[in-house]
Design a protein around this ligand. Structure first.
Ligand SMILES: Cc1ncc(COP(=O)(O)O)c(C=O)c1O
Length: 451
């Protein structure tokens, strides 16, 4: 028996546990996480060694080794270990700004007054560095085949703003974006690319017939070792480049920009962004397990794909010919006609249960009730209150102010908003057991139950 149709949201949590639709399903005793750290033991060894040898600092053998191992794995010449992926992205945006527009005064950013084309469906850390450098992010809509920057929308953006010279692209949930098209468009306009591979370490992309790691495809490339990433140092990030000059600059800027003098002497603004040798010990211990983590994440994605195939949903897509995602977070999207009625405010939501239909918040609430962690799709940047006044470009041109009180059908598109409305991130922890994942798949099925 389906319960009487009723509206639920954060204010009134639905009682999933006692709902007959979920009869026989037990809550997980210990929480199943979205994506939590997976330690192997080597991490402790390198952290202990750092402490025993007193290299408790932002210099030391762990940092050197992390840089060496990462440059080798990524097949690039230089890796600079930093305190966070965000720091790497800031350094990347600053390097690009300086190369394009010259050195900035200490109280000004290198992108002052300049527009930068940015991925719209991403975490805010991708694009905040544009603001740190006083630039203006222009958000480029998403395409539904990779959930990343739409090259058609990017071309439209260059038609509207031909002077732009910088693009910042992220690979959402570890799925590579359409780099070949994006690089071609960038080259046509003499633009540089900052590649945010924070979520996509280990993902590969076939560029001009040759497979390469995401994180080596831009002019400036960044990776994160945040606690939820595929390998972690609890925090940390890496800046990757083939340019010796850029690597040296990031080393200098990230350690307070000291000049070659016996005393503290400065000609440039500096930052305290270097990775700690303790954090590097954890990362060093994780690197040998990257392949194992990649396999586990892929298996999770495949099991969801198989287990959900009879529902009116699909998995987050990828370009099978040109990319191998790292499957960091598995996501699903509900078919439009299988969505129950639901609305999202700025900070709350409401939905109405309907037989045979569901919506991301109902599924997320059900997962929460059974002690598993899902998450809404990262809310697109053009929908964020802080960036409300920034331009948003779709494949039809300007994406702002496209409705009209006097015209019903406007032809306006907003792919990102649609994925945000219908999609959700599924528990993707690589320690999740098969039994646990089967139970999660069953919970999702029950949300769509018809009788
Ligand atoms: C796409 C993306 N970019 C950047 C970051 C920032 O990395 P960090 O947390 O290491 O600063 C994250 C996540 O944390 C991310 O998901």
């Amino acid at each position: 028996m389906i319960p009487e149709s009723k509206s639920y949201g954060e204010k009134e949590m639905y009682d999933f546990i006692n709902d007959p639709r979920f009869a026989g399903i037990k809550p997980f005793e210990s929480k199943v996480w979205l994506s939590s750290p997976t330690m192997h033991g080597d991490e402790q060894k390198w952290v202990d060694e750092a402490i025993q040898t007193n290299w408790v600092s932002t210099i030391g053998a762990n940092i050197n080794e992390v840089e060496h191992l990462m440059a080798k794995y990524m097949d690039c010449r230089y890796a600079v270990a930093l305190s966070a992926g965000t720091a790497a992205l800031h350094m990347a945006a600053r390097l690009a700004g300086e190369r394009l527009y010259g050195q900035a005064r200490p109280n000004a950013g290198t992108l002052t007054g300049k527009k930068v084309f940015c991925s719209d469906m991403t975490f805010n850390a991708t694009i905040n560095p544009v603001s740190y450098e006083n630039g203006e992010a222009v958000f480029i809509d998403t395409e539904d085949q990779t959930w990343n920057m739409d090259p058609v929308a990017l071309s439209e953006a260059f038609n509207l703003y031909p002077d732009v010279r910088l693009i910042i692209i992220a690979h959402l949930y570890g799925t590579p974006g359409r780099m070949e098209e994006i690089k071609r468009i960038a080259d046509e306009h003499g633009a540089l690319i900052v590649e945010d591979a924070a979520e996509s370490l280990g993902a590969k992309y076939k560029l001009n017939g040759r497979w390469a790691e995401t994180g080596t495809l831009g002019n400036y490339n960044c990776i994160s070792f945040n606690g939820n990433k595929i390998i972690t140092g609890s925090s940390g990030g890496i800046f990757l480049t083939d340019s010796r000059e850029d690597a040296d600059k990031v080393r200098k800027w990230s350690t307070q920009s000291r000049e070659a003098a016996p005393w503290y002497q400065h000609e440039e603004i500096g930052y305290n962004y270097r990775m700690s040798n303790i954090i590097a010990g954890i990362v060093r211990g994780q690197i040998p397990y990257l392949e194992e983590h990649l396999e586990a994440k892929k298996a999770i994605y495949e099991r969801y794909k198989e287990g959900l195939k009879d529902l009116p949903v699909s998995m987050n897509p990828y370009d099978e010919e040109h990319s191998i995602p790292n499957f960091w977070v598995s996501c699903m999207i509900i078919n439009t006609d299988a969505m129950c009625m639901s609305v999202c405010g700025e900070q709350d939501y409401l939905y109405k249960t309907e037989p045979g239909k569901s919506c991301p918040h109902e599924i997320l609430d059900a997962l929460t009730a059974f002690n598993a962690e899902g998450r809404p799709i990262w809310k697109p940047m053009h929908m964020q209150p802080i960036y409300r006044m920034h331009p948003f470009i779709t494949r039809n041109g300007n994406g702002r102010a496209q409705s009209n009180a006097y015209i019903k059908e406007t032809g306006a598109v907003d792919v990102g908003a649609d994925i945000f409305r219908r999609g959700l991130c599924l528990p993707s922890d690589n320690k999740m057991t098969r039994e646990q994942q089967d139970r999660i798949i069953e919970i999702i099925h029950r949300c769509f139950k018809t009788s």
